[in-house]
Design a protein around this ligand. Structure first.
Ligand code: PMP
Length: 356
């Protein structure tokens, strides 16, 4: 007798639903921390010509085809750090958990944080330990250090700044975690372009640190390129589970091109930070709204009735992310990706009709 797919996969996988991405067609799309700007016209044509020349009949250069060198130069990555490229930083999370998976290994993360830490622990069979943040989404350092001492995690993930909440934890707090952790600490700097601090200067120096970043949030989410910097020893181990050609030739070529024109993305990030302030201030002015300080390209807030406001925005043609129900600490929370000024104007107008 044949056994069904659902009976053959592990029960914890059978119990899951696939990652759901809502259909955003026709909406002002502010649900996924994308940069709202596309590439300016002259660069777009130039990139098109460049991609036409790429040898798509050949496998990509497993060493990254010059992208690692371009990243080092663009982002001041210390020379002693080794680099690994991933198909988005999502893939790097997967590679790290795969490399560390063995009976009894634990992945520790803060909660609420990026869900893929917990999901990858489940996919790879690591024990997952989540340490709650404080209700204002600051780090509960004593509880975190205590959990590290008790569970001795193989890996700790810290998003710096944190998604879906917005605040960046204290640098000193993350350094304390780094000191206390017996295993690897991954500092996930997906939102670094919008933040006031980074631990990249310690990559390759602190023996158990990997700093992970992505090009997604600065305007290249469709390329799927993430990177991790750490000691040659750690990056060497993670590299062993990397599929040989994980980053495709078109992505490598487009990433080299984008990094050579970095000033375009820097200027967009600058505009988005100013827009983040405008959006946060406007939200905070409405009765009953608590805005959490953000160092990312989104603003998370708690409102009196999240499902009602989410539905109102949707009816107004605006798609944001409702965090309500995702975690007890996120009750009645909504996350607004910062859009272009005209998109944020539409959000503010829709908020005004709801609250006033
Ligand atoms: N880390 C964090 C904290 C994120 O919020 C995200 C995307 N939402 C990622 C990693 C994954 O980004 P990507 O795979 O696009 O590089």
């Amino acid at each position: 007798m044949k056994r069904s797919a659902n009976a053959l996969v592990r029960p914890e996988i059978a119990a899951l639903h696939a990652y759901h991405v809502p259909d955003a067609s026709g909406f002002i799309k502010l649900d996924a921390m994308e940069n709202p700007y596309s590439l300016p016209e002259p660069l777009r044509a130039e990139l098109g010509n460049l991609l036409a020349e790429v040898a798509i009949n050949r496998y990509p250069d497993p060493a990254g085809g010059g992208v690692k060198e371009a990243l080092r130069e663009a982002f001041n990555i210390p020379p002693e750090a080794a680099l690994l490229l991933g198909n988005g930083s999502d893939e790097i999370i997967t590679l790290i958990t795969q490399a560390l998976a063995q009976p009894g290994a634990t992945l520790l993360a803060l909660e609420p944080s990026f869900v893929m830490y917990r999901m990858n622990a489940l996919f790879s069979g690591l024990t997952y330990v989540g340490v709650p943040l404080r209700p204002d989404f600051t780090l509960d350092l004593p509880a975190t250090l205590e959990a590290i001492a008790v569970h001795q995690p193989a890996v700790v993930f810290v998003a710096y700044p944190n998604n879906p909440t917005g605040p960046r934890f204290g640098r000193d707090e993350v350094l304390r975690i780094l000191e206390a952790a017996p295993g690897l600490v991954v500092v996930d700097e997906a939102y670094q372009a919008f933040a006031s601090d980074s631990l990249m200067n310690l990559a390759g120096q602190h023996e158990n640190l990997i700093v992970m970043r992505t090009l997604s949030k600065i305007g290249l989410a469709g390329l799927r390129l993430g990177y991790a910097a750490g000691t040659p020893a750690w990056i060497g181990e993670i590299d062993k589970v990397r599929p040989p050609y994980n980053v495709n030739v078109l992505t490598l070529a487009a990433a080299r091109f984008a990094l050579a024109h970095r000033e375009v993305f820097d200027a967009q990030a600058h505009t988005l930070c100013a827009e983040r302030t405008r959006l946060a201030e406007a939200l905070a002015a409405f009765a009953g709204v608590t805005v959490f300080p953000s160092e990312a390209n989104f603003v998370t807030c708690r409102v009196p009735d999240a499902p009602a406001l989410f539905a109102h925005l949707k009816a107004s043609g605006i798609l944001i992310k409702s965090l309500h129900g995702a975690h007890p600490l996120l009750t009645h929370c909504l996350r607004f990706t910062v859009g272009a000024p005209h998109e944020n104007d539409a959000v503010l107008a829709a908020l005004a009709t709801y609250f006033c």
